[in-house]
Design a protein around this ligand. Structure first.
Ligand code: COA
Length: 327
C-alpha cells in the first residue's frame, strides 16, 4: 500500500546548457552601433553575449541542452514522457521546436509542444510540467528554454540590440514520492496582463507581412513595472509556503538586467551571495536565461541537493511568475 505521508512531487534530476560559440563583447557591439561598454555595463550589467551561428537554431541548441539534462539524470531518452519547450524564437511556426527536439534526442515515446510566454516561458513550462507530473499523466518531463533573439534584433535600435543574447537551458523533472521537506517543486505562481502588451513585443506575425520582425521595447516602462510585479510574485510564493526570504538559499532570477535583479534581491533583503547572476556573460536570453543560470549555479557547486531555490521572471505580455524548488 502507498505510504500516505509521502507527497508526489516534480523533482529536478538533471540540468543542461548550451551556449553558441560566438561571443560578442560590448566593444564588439560598439563597432556595430553607437554605444559603449561603459553605458551598457552601467545600465544593465551586461559585458558580453553569445550569438548563434546559422546551424545553432532553437531546436539545435535546445536538443543539446536537453541531451545533457537527460545524461546527468541517467534517463534513457526512450523513457522520456514529454518535452515542453519555452521559446519565442522557434525554428518554424510548426512543427513545434519540441517535436524537432524529440526526433533529435530519439525520445520516441515522448509527446511535446512549444509554449509562448516570452521571458517568463521557463517558469510557465515548469508550472505545466509540475501539474502533468503530479497528476500522473507522465513520469518525466524535459523543460527547455531555447532562444535565438539575435535574429529578432534591430541593429538600428541601440536601446534594444545590446541587451539580448542566444542560448538554451534544460531541466529534467521526474515524478517522485518524497517526504515533507524533501526535494521538488513546492509551488509555481503565474500572472499575465495583456493590457501591457505594447510595451514589449515583436512587430511581425500573421497579422502583417513585414519581414524580418524586430523586437520593440519601451525599456523605461518595462523597468517601471518589473521590480514591483516580481516582488509580488515572490511574496506570493513565500506566503503560500509559509516561508520567509531568510529560508531562500538562492534566488535564480530571469537575467534581463542587473538593476532589476538587484531591486528584487533588495526587496527580499537577500545578500549578493544568495543571488545567481549570469547576465554579465549571457545578456538576456529570454526563456533560456533561468535554466542557463541554474545550470551555471549547479556547475559552480552553489546549487546542491537540499538547497531551496526561488525562481522568478517577467517578460513580454506582460507575463511574469515565480517558482519555489528544493533540489
Ligand atoms: N548606448 C548608448 N546610449 C544609449 C543606448 C546605448 N545602447 N541606448 C540608449 N542610449 C541613450 C538614449 O539615446 C538616451 O539618450 P538621450 O538622453 O540623449 O536621449 C539615453 O541613453 C537614455 O535612454 P533611455 O532609453 O531613457 O535609457 P534608460 O536609462 O531607460 O536605460 C534600458 C535603457 C533599456 C537599459 C532600461 O530602460 C532598462 O533596463 N529597461 C528594462 C529592460 C529590460 O530588462 N527588459 C527585459 C525584460 S524581459
Amino acid at each position: 500500500m502507498a505510504d500516505q505521508s509521502l507527497l508526489k512531487r516534480a523533482v529536478l534530476t538533471g540540468a543542461g546548457a548550451y551556449l553558441p560559440e560566438q561571443i560578442l563583447t560590448n566593444e564588439d557591439m560598439a563597432k556595430r552601433v553607437d554605444t559603449s561598454d561603459e553605458w551598457i555595463v552601467e545600465r544593465t550589467g551586461i559585458r558580453q553575449r553569445h550569438f548563434a551561428a546559422p546551424h545553432e537554431t532553437a531546436a539545435y541548441m535546445g536538443a543539446e541542452a536537453g541531451r545533457q539534462a537527460l545524461e546527468k539524470a541517467g534517463l534513457n531518452p526512450e523513457s522520456l514522457g514529454a518535452i515542453i519547450v519555452a521559446t519565442s524564437t522557434p525554428d518554424q511556426a510548426f512543427p513545434a521546436t519540441a517535436v524537432r527536439i524529440q526526433a533529435s534526442l530519439g525520445a520516441k515515446k515522448a509527446f511535446g509542444f512549444d509554449l509562448s510566454a516570452a521571458c517568463s516561458g521557463f517558469i510557465y513550462g515548469l508550472s505545466v510540467a509540475d501539474a502533468m507530473l503530479r497528476a500522473g499523466q507522465v513520469k518525466s518531463v524535459l523543460v527547455i528554454g531555447t532562444e535565438v533573439f539575435s535574429r529578432l534584433l534591430n541593429f538600428e535600435d541601440r536601446t534594444t540590440c545590446v541587451l539580448f543574447g542566444d542560448g538554451a537551458g534544460a531541466v529534467l523533472l521526474e515524478a517522485r514520492d518524497v517526504e515533507q521537506g524533501g526535494p521538488g517543486l513546492l509551488s509555481t505562481h503565474l500572472y499575465a496582463d495583456g493590457s501591457l502588451g505594447d510595451i514589449l513585443y515583436v512587430d511581425c506575425g500573421t497579422h502583417d507581412n513585414r519581414k524580418p520582425g524586430h523586437l520593440v521595447m519601451h525599456g523605461r516602462e518595462v523597468f517601471r513595472h518589473a521590480v514591483n510585479l516580481l516582488a509580488g510574485a515572490v511574496n506570493d510564493a513565500l506566503a503560500e509556503n509559509k516561508l520567509s526570504a531568510d529560508d531562500i538559499d538562492l534566488l535564480v532570477p530571469h537575467q534581463a538586467n542587473k538593476r532589476i535583479i538587484d531591486g528584487v534581491g533588495k526587496k527580499l533583503g537577500l545578500p549578493a551571495e544568495r543571488v545567481v547572476i549570469t547576465v554579465h556573460k549571457h545578456a538576456n536570453t529570454s526563456a533560456a536565461s533561468i535554466p542557463l543560470a541554474l545550470a551555471d549555479a549547479i556547475q559552480e557547486g552553489r546549487a546542491v541537493p537540499g538547497k531551496l531555490l526561488l525562481l522568478e521572471a517577467l517578460g513580454g505580455g506582460l507575463t511574469w511568475g515565480s517558482a519555489l524548488l528544493r533540489l
